[in-house]
Design a protein around this ligand. Structure first.
Ligand SMILES: Cc1cc2nc3c(=O)[nH]c(=O)nc-3n(C[C@H](O)[C@H](O)[C@H](O)COP(=O)(O)OP(=O)(O)OC[C@H]3O[C@@H](n4cnc5c(N)ncnc54)[C@H](O)[C@@H]3O)c2cc1C
Length: 417
């Protein structure tokens, strides 16, 4: 089989020529993931759908996905080569995470062949944007503590409850949801995964405004939503098996071989994200030895993040499952430190700027303001530390009083079930 696969370097040259011919320069909305208003956001979503379609029609979508669902069945190295060539070009940024990963990754592992045949090609054609419905108002870290419930009713299930912090649900199409289907067994044993269209009667989606003014995060309220059993993924009550793999894929984030997204240190252009050298020059600190140290640290963290991701991506393909938490932890901590360094170098211009003026350091200020997102989204770095301790270093498991108790009897807030 490997003899017949196109060599990576040949694939890279073909990808380079196609990208140059078909994709324009990277846009600010690709990098910031944040538009000035809803109208602009919906325009970018429509553009991303068209770009995804273009990549699909050009024969470069689903590089690592199976042939039977329209993918190319190539290797993570091929995907990496495409993503390196993509640097500096526009790309369907709103499809990368969570549509291709973790959603499509989970579908590929656990969906029925009918579900895969329906959804994987549609995702690759840019027709379906997916979200992940995991976190709940009662807490996101303890995923197995969910209380959104699904009750069997003939050939259907009736869904009730609420999910929160769902990125982009207001304009997405489908979601993967983890729901409680059995309250009489310990918490890890009574959950089931379903797929659900987001815009249907019984689903109310509210937006949540964040610190930087954007409101891509949503809370969903499900009231007697009917889900056909054919939209169940995996066995009844065995959702935790899927859930653990789902969170593994989530920790990989953009590092997944299913994701089309630029990689490499040159992925951003100075026009949209100023370099630390540029920032220090602007604030008159280029000759300051302290500033130079910060610039060096910023650069070193970037290189280590990049190399670590690369190494772990190669390793995870071979079953080193737990190392995804090392990558997730380092990525979060390094991003917070890099945002802080850029902010320190910029000085007052990153704290106060004239809204009428195009300010390169505005991005620095906003990144600093939102830096903790890197340690929360996709599971917190505290939880990653726990996973590293328990599953990588083999330390004893964290004490838990609810592991062997029927979920109905676990003490929690308002009574349910
Ligand atoms: C940008 C962004 C995008 C997101 N997108 C989505 C999405 O699309 N879908 C979705 O379902 N969710 C999403 N989330 C939610 C995210 O997964 C949760 O915020 C996260 O899992 C933490 O849950 P929580 O906020 O409820 O905090 P909690 O679980 O209440 O935790 C509060 C604090 O306690 C710490 N903590 C909790 N338990 C432990 C423990 N056992 N050991 C040590 N420390 C602990 C946590 O690390 C955290 O600091 C998103 C969040 C962000 C910031």
């Amino acid at each position: 089989m490997s003899d017949t696969i196109e060599p990576v370097e040949e694939f890279r040259l073909r990808a380079r020529a196609w990208i140059k011919e078909n994709l324009g320069p990277v846009q600010p909305c690709d990098l910031s993931q944040h538009c000035a208003n809803d109208e602009e956001e919906l325009e970018v979503v429509a553009r991303d759908r068209a770009l995804q379609r273009k990549i699909n029609d050009g024969g470069f979508a689903g590089i690592c996905m199976p042939l039977e669902y329209g993918g190319l069945a190539l290797t993570p190295e091929h995907n990496r080569a495409f993503n390196e060539e993509l640097s500096g070009h526009e790309y369907p940024s709103r499809f990368a995470v969570p549509t291709f990963n973790p959603c499509a990754s989970v579908l590929l592992e656990y969906a029925t062949s009918e579900q895969k045949a329906k959804h994987i090609p549609a995702i690759m054609r840019g027709e379906e944007v997916w979200v992940q419905l995991l976190s709940e108002p009662g807490g996101g870290s303890d995923v197995a503590g969910i209380t959104t419930s699904a009750v069997r009713d003939g050939d259907d299930w009736i869904l009730n409850g609420s999910k929160v912090w769902t990125s982009r649900a207001w304009w997405a199409d489908w979601g993967i949801i983890l729901a409680r289907t059995n309250w009489d067994v310990p918490k890890h044993k009574g959950m089931t995964v379903f797929i659900v269209p987001l815009h249907q009667p019984g689903v109310e989606i509210q937006r949540i405004e964040r610190l930087n003014g954007e409101s891509e995060a949503c809370q969903e309220f499900f009231t007697d939503v009917r889900i056909p059993d054919s939209d169940r993924m995996g066995e009844v009550d065995a959702g935790w098996t899927i859930g653990t793999r789902w969170m593994y894929h989530e920790r990989l984030g953009h590092n997944s071989p299913y994701v089309t997204s630029p990689v490499g240190l040159k992925r951003n252009t100075p026009q949209y994200e100023p370099s630390t050298v540029g920032i220090a020059r602007k604030s008159g600190r280029l000759d300051d030895p302290g500033a130079r140290e910060l610039i060096g640290e910023h650069r070193a963290l970037g290189i280590v993040t990049e190399q670590l991701q690369r190494r772990i991506a190669a390793g995870t393909g071979k079953g080193n499952v737990d190392l995804s938490s090392v990558d997730r932890l380092f990525r979060g901590v390094a991003r917070v430190r890099r945002s802080t360094i850029a902010f320190e170098l910029a000085g007052s211009s990153a704290s106060v700027w004239d809204e009428e003026e195009e300010s390169a350091t505005e991005a620095v200020g906003m990144n600093f303001l939102m830096r903790q997102v890197a340690c929360i989204g996709g599971g917190t770095t505290e939880i990653s530390r726990n996973v590293v301790a328990e599953r990588v270093l083999g330390m004893p498991r964290e004490a838990s009083g609810d592991r062997n108790v029927p979920f109905r009897d676990v003490p929690r807030g308002p009574k349910r079930g």
